[in-house]
Ligand binder design. Sequence first.
Ligand code: C5P
Length: 255
Amino acid sequence: MISLFSPAKINQFLRIVSKRADGYHNLSSLFQTISLGDTLNIELSDRDELVCDDPTLPTDKTNLILKAIELFKRKTGLAISFKVKLNKRIPIQSGLGGGSSNAATTLWGCNQLAQTQISVQTLKEWGAEIGSDVPFFFSQGTAYCTGRGEKVLDLPPFPSRSLWIVKPEGGLSTPEVYRRLKFVASELGNENGNDLDSFLSGKLSSFNDLERPAFEIRPDLHQLKETLLSSGFDRVLLSGSGSAFFCLGEGKVLQ
Ligand code: C5P
């Protein structure tokens, strides 16, 4: 049995660059893992099984953990099975990448337990087949991601700093947020390969192009952002497609 930490992520900035013919969007985003995360206990078993301490989480084949196991078995051709016990701490439908992180961790764990010695590069490529954000979770924790998110450029870590994650009741569906983007499509196409340089040199501050469609779907999130800003946080930004925010600095009225 191996016990693995599966971290959440935030997006320090997220630009939607263009809509693609395959329905996905090209993006430009600085991804960062955070200390909030799930724990996966993985062991060899006689059948594939997922159990979770959070009863609201679907543990059927729609769960990315079981998709990752299925993918690993299909790619390697091995007739082996795994049992995963998931300790869920990352809120679901929050934009914090929990499902993708769990999928990457599962692929990594299966590779260890099966002693298959598949390279991380290959696991990363396999991971992209089940989710755009999965390859990022094979990075060292800080990476500039482009394409539909699967092109991962590893970066040296930033100095660690504390932040608040604020997760309101209810989540947001990623496909729904992206679908809503079409209403602002005229403003897209701001193709600009220099986002990372601009951000690192301080010319570009944090932003997230998915905030606008997310706020259209859930106006209460816009209000929540205003409340958090007026409570004293220096910066409040939706993570990914939401519904969680990350906040830098200190707010006065946290409850
Ligand atoms: O890749 P993943 O399964 O996480 O994507 C979920 C959905 O989010 C996609 O079906 C698509 O609607 C949307 N998406 C997108 N562009 C991306 C990533 C996701 O349009 N770069």
